[in-house]
Ligand binder design. Structure first.
Ligand code: GLU
Length: 489
């Protein structure tokens, strides 16, 4: 039978083709910390020509929801982290877990425990009174007979001597004494397997070679390694990644980024920017900040994961996002915009308006829009003028700008613009400049009323770009709407 020995995970491991996995519990949102470990696992598998598995750990039936599963699958697809295998669902593997438990009961690596809650409570109180660490005393370890009327739990027979050394790729060797480890319950009295045990069976059955997960799981690792060894399996290599903190070094709060990936999508971040931001959160490759997916795959390795917690910084994420927005082709940005619309406020309405003609206008507008936008939400916002229905609703500032004088100026300038053919940025600019000069007004004195009438706002991309994007007919119609509308009272 399996007894306590010194176990070193690194010596045991390293097969040629690594198998990694992401194993989220669908009990809430898919938060950034989880996604980062998913990304690390995916990158490592890609880099080493291995396999990346997605496993949904839904054993906690009360807290797991279909909605959370949907969010996980959607988030992974959005970030383009395709799994080579899965999704597997633990709830679909209960027969297998039970089979393994039967085997362990047969070979003595597990045993039935009949202790009642009351007995366990008393045991605990006495240990505390003796200033001992509360743990299961092991009374039932050698029990040979059942106790009448009690449905037993099943406990793993943890070694009582020796130690387990987790050769963690991030934290270095971490030693756990077996005497400190309880005999873990692996099946409840109703026969359902417990979380740590399911992880062990899955990692074994799925041939997982590298477990990359949050360091909140480090304390589970010696128990999992002991169980794997008891089952005759080789423990994988572990890399426990430090958690992500807020910019102030405190636990990451919602305000500072502890949000689900769906929230980042709705805030208008591009998946490529998100991936690039997350890969740098706790992992470094020299000073390089910007990584294409190929570069990331090539450069990524586990020993470069930092030991100290990374801090989340929205400003850096925004800068990266702005970079990727500017880098994107106009057509790709239109696609990204169409994809984000259902997820942002008022977006569905805009999506309904998207005719082929409007798409052409949006692509034409992109060069002017993408220079300033840090997020797709900002991009959509500054693109609103393209979508706007006539007569335009003016915001307060724009309305204030369109005085009687400005409106009569708009009438005159439209008469001149009507002569422009072909309708280009240069041609309209020339006419507007000449008009301003002739009238002895600064360019802004004409450009601002034009902007207000064409976009309904006092800020927009360069006004001659706006004229070109809207086209002659639409531009003149919008100008005419305001020129003839008369001053606001
Ligand atoms: N299901 C666990 C979680 O969501 C992860 C377990 C693991 O990676 O081993 O925290």
């Amino acid at each position: 039978m399996f007894t306590g020995v010194e176990i070193h995970s690194r010596e045991i491991m390293t097969r040629t083709r690594p198998v990694t996995r992401f194993a989220p519990s669908p009990t809430g949102m898919l938060h950034v910390g989880g996604v980062r470990t998913a990304l690390f696992s995916w990158l490592y598998a890609r880099r080493m020509g291995g396999k990346f598995i997605l496993r949904v750990e839904d054993t906690d039936r009360e807290r797991s929801t279909d909605e959370a599963v949907r969010v996980i699958l959607e988030g992974m697809a959005w970030l383009d982290l395709q799994a080579d295998e899965g999704p597997y669902y633990q709830t679909q593997r209960f027969d297998r877990y039970k089979e393994v438990i039967r085997g362990m009961l047969d070979d003595g690596t597990a045993y039935h425990c009949y202790c009642t809650k009351q007995e366990l409570d008393e045991m605990r109180e006495q240990q505390i009174a003796r200033k001992e660490k509360p743990r299961y005393s092991g009374i039932c370890r050698d029990r040979t007979t059942a106790r009448e009327g009690i449905q037993p739990v099943v406990r793993f027979r943890n070694p009582t001597a020796g130690s387990v050394v987790v050769e963690d790729l991030v934290h270095g060797p971490v030693t756990f004494q077996n005497v400190e480890l309880d005999d873990l319950i692996i099946a409840r009295s109703d026969g359902t397997p417990t979380y740590n045990f399911c992880v062990v069976v899955d990692d074994m059955d799925m041939g997982v070679t590298h477990v990359i997960r949050g360091d909140d799981h480090l304390n589970n690792t010696p128990r999992q390694m002991n169980m794997l060894l008891a089952l005759g399996a080789k423990p994988p290599v572990y890399a426990h990644v430090p958690m992500i903190l807020g910019p102030d070094g405190a636990k990451l709060s919602k305000r500072h980024g502890a949000l689900g990936v769906d929230a980042y999508r709705a805030m208008g971040y591009l998946p490529i920017a998100m991936r690039n931001y997350l890969v740098r959160l706790g992992w470094a490759h020299g000073d390089q900040e910007i990584f294409s997916t190929e570069e990331m795959i090539k450069a990524f390795d586990l020993p470069q994961i930092g030991r100290s917690p990374a801090r989340f910084d929205f400003a850096r994420l925004e800068n990266l996002n702005g970079h990727y927005i500017r880098q994107s082709s106009d057509a790709d940005l239109l696609t990204a915009l169409e994809q984000v619309l259902p997820h942002i406020q008022g977006g569905a309405e805009l999506l309904n308006k998207l005719t082929p003609e409007l798409r052409v206008k949006l692509v034409a507008a992109m060069p002017g829009l993408k220079e300033r936008a840090k997020t797709l939400v900002e991009l959509v916002d500054s693109a609103r003028y393209v979508f706007a229905d006539r007569p335009l609703a003016l915001d307060d500032k724009a309305a204030g700008l369109l005085t009687a004088e400005a409106r009569s100026l708009l009438g005159e300038i439209s008469d001149e613009l009507r002569q422009v053919e072909p309708w280009t940025v240069e041609a309209t600019e020339q006419v507007v400049r000449a008009f301003a000069e002739r009238r002895g007004i600064k360019l802004g004195g004409v450009a601002q009323p034009l902007r207000a009438a064409l976009t309904g706002r006092t800020t927009s991309p360069p006004i001659f770009d706006v004229l070109a994007v809207l086209g002659k007919h639409e531009s003149l119609s919008r100008l005419q709407d305001q020129a003839s509308a008369g001053p606001r009272s």
